[in-house]
Design a protein around this ligand. Structure first.
Ligand code: PHE
Length: 472
């Protein structure tokens, strides 16, 4: 009965667009540029691209194939293959739960900025302390977060097909054009600061593209690797059950090989261009010192870019830009909430409407706490990677840097050694001439991924750093 009622995508394009809608979000436009800037531009970029082609491909193929072959949500998928491994599905479920608590907070920041530009106050946002003043204020971030969350819950309430698919079809191509335009504009920027130093967008591009190996230590390399890997998980929405759920909605006549490649291309393309849009701009206006700003990077630097556009055009660009990012963030958040709702419908045997409401309310409560992390519950905690963190960063770290390597490690052991890669390869070969990168896939899931994930997991806990120090 349940299967009959389940939504499914209308063909390959519908799946790719919806999956891309989930994948492309604040991860690409907010998280990727700030990590790249903080981790030395070119070096981060290089590592990230290598990871996408190897790990990204293997993890995404694994998730989608498990979903389609079992026709189940992550919660049940693993257990339906091998009952003993059912725990992995439950563990996987924790990730969207954690991400949900802070994703709508960032969504709220975007709603706020869209509103500022819509009401013609973009100039204010170009001030240095504007973003900090906003997130540390008590009520405003909560109000905007609730608006974002309410829209998300409303879409999920309506069901997958109507909500996600239609949305993605319109928004994704528009967003791509917009960031390409802004990226080109960023490269034309030039600014002379108070000390008379002139910096140009093209110099900034060099920082972004050319890896700088000077002074690179092993532990710094590991910490960049962990950042890049956490970004890969987050950005592709893999290893958290979401792509398993999506896979379960895909019909058998869809070529998964092709879909996986397209989703990756699109997601990585958007992140790369977002980097061209943000990093040269940060370099031009704030120099190398500005690169380490962290999560506030996009919100501080982009308003300066818009401000530099003469006349009313800056405001218009600001409005369109933040509305587009808002849509991208919504499609991602919808996919997170959709996974929570779909799983809970199954677990608690309740209908979609009831579960959407319940999860909407619980998420609101959790997100309010995260918002208060910048004032009432403010503290400074130093993460194992040495970065100062508040509640939002801690949630992000636990889900992306700590839990996801662990889940990937277990998933790869499960696929590589328990059910064997052939199980996945068979599914990937349906409706396609064969599983194209099968050799790479086998190597990744059996050997490379388990080893690297174990190293990264230890690194994320800070244990590896201590071990290395012991032997030095
Ligand atoms: N991949 C999305 C982004 O880049 C975020 C996301 C994370 C979506 C987890 C779903 C699940 O913003």
């Amino acid at each position: 009965m349940e299967n009959k009622k389940k939504s499914s995508f209308t063909g390959s394009l519908g799946f790719v667009l919806a999956a891309a809608g989930s994948a492309v979000g604040v991860g690409n436009i907010w998280r990727f540029p700030y990590l790249a800037a903080r981790d030395g531009g070119g070096l981060f970029l290089l590592i990230y691209l290598v990871l996408v082609l190897t790990f990204g491909f293997a993890l995404l193929a694994t998730d989608v194939a498990i979903g389609r072959k079992t026709g189940q949500n992550a919660w049940n998928a693993f257990g339906s293959i091998r009952p003993k491994w059912g725990f992995l599905g439950k563990l996987t479920f924790l990730v969207p739960v954690l991400i949900m608590t802070y994703y709508s907070v960032i969504g709220g920041w975007i709603v706020k900025y869209a509103t500022i530009y819509l009401t013609g106050q973009g100039e204010k946002a170009a001030g240095d302390s504007y973003f900090m003043d906003f997130i540390t204020s008590k009520a405003s971030p909560i109000v905007f977060m609730l608006i974002f969350l309410a829209i998300t819950a409303f879409i999920v309430y309506g069901g997958v097909e109507k909500g996600v698919e239609k949305f993605s079809r319109i928004v994704m191509p528009g967003l791509l054009l917009m960031i390409i335009g802004l990226a080109v504009y960023s490269l034309t920027l030039s600014y002379t600061d108070a000390e008379g130093v002139t910096r140009t967008g093209l110099q900034g591009l060099k920082v972004y593209l050319v890896p700088d190996f000077t002074g690179l230590t092993f532990s710094r390399f590991l910490s960049i690797l962990l950042d890049a890997m956490s970004q890969l998980f987050f950005s592709l929405s893999v290893s958290m059950g979401i792509m398993i759920t999506f896979g379960s909605y895909v019909k058998k006549d869809v070529n998964l090989n092709q879909s996986v490649t397209r989703i990756q291309l699109f997601d990585t393309g958007v992140a790369f261009i977002a980097g061209v849009m943000v990093i040269p701009a940060v370099y031009v206006f704030s120099g190398m010192g500005g690169m380490t700003q962290g999560p506030s990077l996009m919100f501080v630097s982009l308003p300066k870019v818009f401000h530099s556009i003469p006349g009313a055009a800056g405001t218009i660009v600001g409005v369109v830009f933040f509305l587009m990012i808002l849509f991208a963030a919504l499609t991602s958040c919808v996919s997170i909430m959709e996974t929570l709702v779909a799983n809970c419908m199954h677990i608690f045997k309740k209908n979609r409407k009831q579960m959407s409401l319940l999860i909407g309310v619980l998420s609101a409560a959790a997100s309010i706490i995260i918002c208060l992390g910048y004032n009432v519950f403010y503290f400074e905690y130093t993460l194992p990677n040495g970065q100062p963190a508040q509640l939002l960063d801690i949630m992000d770290y636990i889900s992306n840097s700590f839990l996801m390597p662990l889940i990937s490690l277990l998933t790869c052991i499960f696929v590589g050694w328990v059910i064997k890669p052939k199980w996945i390869a068979e599914e990937m070969a349906i409706a396609s001439p064969g599983f194209r990168r099968e050799g790479l896939y086998n190597f990744m899931v059996r050997y490379a991924a388990p080893v690297i994930m174990l190293i990264l997991f230890l690194q994320s806990t800070g244990l590896l750093g201590r071990l290395i120090a012991l032997f030095q």
